[in-house]
Write a protein that binds this ligand. Structure first.
Ligand code: FEO
Ligand code: CA
Ligand code: CA
Ligand code: CA
Length: 640
């Protein structure tokens, strides 16, 4: 969803900000050990090494030997998706596309507000709205796997106005019916879609048995240390192990064993909290997670979304990472409590040299933290013993120190302040109250941690920090600007290159903004961007950066690619703008087929505040979130 808080005017004292950011950027980006380490690490990446070693400025443009083989495009302001010359972009799978059951065609609106529109039952057989994190699972080995697979994606949110009225006019609370509430719930969640590249080269939906919609009502289970915990029990589920559904699924992850991870982000806003006498524990939990708001009016017809002192735990059953087996449409999704409860943005899974799984996790709110989970053992051997590697392990939270090093602080019951006297009587308490546990161990507050990604070439971990306009924030070395309306990207190297390590070294990869030092930004003016959110390192090590929020010059959101091994004379990374989105949309979710010849990326909430009719191909005026398929006209790898 578009982040309204990004639109606040900056009240910064500019010269002071420049001093702070420039000083940090010199120390961390130019002088830091990690930049040198990165240059060393990419030495094996033949094309980039010369750019790193040289004066850098020659790396851009014609003749570049770097990873980026396309000409950058200018910022976008129109209602069309633009990609570089030599590339083609086509919308695919817009909200409402039928994928299941009786395959009901998309019709704008909902009866009775728009008679003849799609019902809740229709919506459950169609693509949801607000396409977000996404992964492609091949259905065959070799080249055929790049032409036939399962596209699995999150549907983060809906615009209640477009959902029911087809216009920017939202229904009043009094106008809601039970079917309208259920339609909204069915437009959330996850879609699994079998897709195939047909003879003509165009991708199509296969009307097969894999296709599935997971919604806010899909039955799920909970596993890990918090399953069955007293704080997860409700009147409808006294065992605390059988939650219903998932919603506000933002970014994602995928495991080496072929499952998809969907992350529950701003779950808090879907509940109405009734007044009454809540105990201190629930008061603290609801305050920490900001429970309340009833943003989609679900409470008007669904008592599950009304929190009461007598039945206060339903919100605690959200804020988790959910594992889905896309290859088994009858499988029950599992909420993996060992990964903690936050406003999870994403869950990037990296396998360590010893075969343990490591999951990097951002918690997207101002002054929240970045986490990682490390499985207790080798993942294949755990699975062979019938144990999920996502159920047993250690959750850590990051502390970034001033000297460019950092520590992973364990969130383990009985260690340090995580004792019964402080409200942590067991590991379930630590996990349901993850944010409170991280506060207690004094993790480093960050500028809204979004996606993480590991560069497969260097092993460096990248983290987008989208922005922070909180006037009360405390500046720290890893979050040096106050306010920080444009955001930045931090990266780190785990000690010894071991992703299970408990210490790391870090630097500031890029400080976003208008460029050329304005507002402290460390990008060239032509690469201006703000509010980095989506992030993915492709198999060659191109780092794809997607934005959601305020852009310099008021441009549309966009996707850029970075060649992290190439640097300009001023230490700025080689960035090129690859795609510009449409009016009122964010760019989010990106993956390619294994052969890298087809890229899938998402345009979320076009025309959130009006002004868009995208995509144009449907001839309809109601804008619709959709995937975009990007191919290179010569059939080559996207970005090359
Ligand atoms: Fe759903 Fe933090 O973006
Ligand atoms: Ca996001
Ligand atoms: Ca976002
Ligand atoms: Ca249209």
């Amino acid at each position: 969803m578009f982040e309204q808080d990004l639109m606040e005017a900056s009240d910064v004292d500019a010269p002071h900000l420049l001093d702070v950011a420039a000083g940090v950027s010199r120390r961390r980006v130019l002088g830091g050990g990690l930049a040198a380490a990165a240059a060393f690490l990419v030495g094996g990446r033949s094309a980039s090494a010369s750019a790193v070693a040289g004066d850098g400025s020659a790396a851009r443009g014609k003749g570049s030997l770097g990873l980026l083989g396309f000409a950058a495009i200018p910022p976008g302001f129109g209602d069309e998706v633009v990609v570089p010359e030599g590339y083609t972009a086509r919308p695919f799978l817009p909200w409402g596309t039928p994928i299941l059951g009786s395959y009901p065609a998309y019709v704008p609106g909902t009866p009775p507000l728009v008679p003849g529109g799609n019902t809740a039952a229709d919506q459950a057989q169609q693509m949801g709205s607000d396409h977000d994190g996404m992964h492609y699972f091949p259905l065959a080995r070799g080249q055929r796997g790049s032409e036939h697979g399962l596209l699995v994606m999150n549907h983060e949110a809906v615009q209640e106005s477009y959902l029911h009225t087809g216009t920017t006019t939202a229904p009043t609370r009094a106008q809601y019916t039970a079917d309208m509430v259920r339609k909204s719930q069915n437009a959330h969640g996850v879609a699994v879609v079998e897709v195939r590249r047909a003879a003509g080269g165009e991708w199509e939906v296969v009307r097969g048995g894999y296709n599935r919609r997971i919604t806010a009502y899909t039955p799920m289970t909970m596993s890990g240390p918090a399953a069955g915990h007293r704080l997860l029990r409700t009147s409808a589920d006294p065992e605390g192990r059988s939650p219903l559904g998932t919603f506000n699924n933002c970014a994602h992850g995928y495991t080496p064993w072929g499952t998809y991870l969907t992350c529950e982000e701003n779950f808090n806003g879907y509940f109405r909290v009734d007044p009454g006498a809540y105990d201190a524990e629930h008061q603290a939990l609801n305050a920490e997670y900001g429970v309340g708001g009833d943003r989609n009016s679900w409470s008007t017809h669904d008592p599950r979304f009304v929190v009461t002192p007598g039945d206060p735990n339903e919100p605690n059953r959200f804020g988790w990472v959910v594992e889905i087996d896309p290859f088994d449409p009858t499988s029950t999704p599992v909420k993996r409590t060992a990964l903690g409860r936050t406003k999870h943005e994403g869950a990037f899974v990296q396998t360590s040299r010893g075969g343990r799984v490591v999951v990097y996790l951002g918690d997207d709110q101002v002054n929240e933290y970045v986490y990682k989970f490390v499985s207790s053992g080798n993942a294949p051997s755990m699975r062979a013993r019938g144990i999920s590697p996502l159920d047993e392990g250690t959750l850590y939270v990051a502390r970034f120190d001033e000297d460019g090093t950092g520590i992973w602080l364990p969130l383990v019951h009985g260690q340090g302040p995580l004792q019964a006297a402080n409200g942590f009587a067991d590991q379930g308490d630590v996990l349901v109250k993850t944010r409170l546990a991280a506060n207690a161990v004094k993790a480093t507050p960050m500028d809204r941690p979004e996606w993480t990604a590991v560069d497969p070439v260097t092993g460096l971990v990248y983290l987008t920090l989208t922005n922070n306009t909180d006037g009360g924030k405390t500046v720290n070395a890893a979050n040096p600007r106050k306010p920080n309306p444009w955001g930045h990207i931090v990266r780190w190297e785990e000690a010894g290159g071991d992703h299970t390590a408990t210490s790391f070294t870090w630097d500031l990869f890029v400080l976003a903004g208008p460029g050329a030092g304005v507002d402290g930004s460390s990008v060239d003016a032509e690469d201006a961007f703000g509010s980095p959110d989506g992030l993915w390192a492709d198999p060659d090590g191109r780092v794809w950066i997607q934005t959601d929020g305020r852009q310099p010059s008021g441009a549309n959101n966009q996707m850029l690619a970075a060649d992290p091994g190439s640097r300009h004379a001023a230490g700025r990374p080689e960035l090129r703008r690859f795609l510009t989105g449409v009016i009122g949309s964010e760019c989010t979710g990106v993956v390619t087929t294994p052969d890298q010849r087809t890229m899938f990326t998402n345009i979320q909430h076009p025309g959130e505040n009006g002004g868009s009719t995208w995509p144009p191909q449907d001839g309809l005026t109601t804008p619709r979130s959709a995937t975009v398929i990007v191919t290179k006209d010569d059939g080559g790898a996207v970005g090359s």
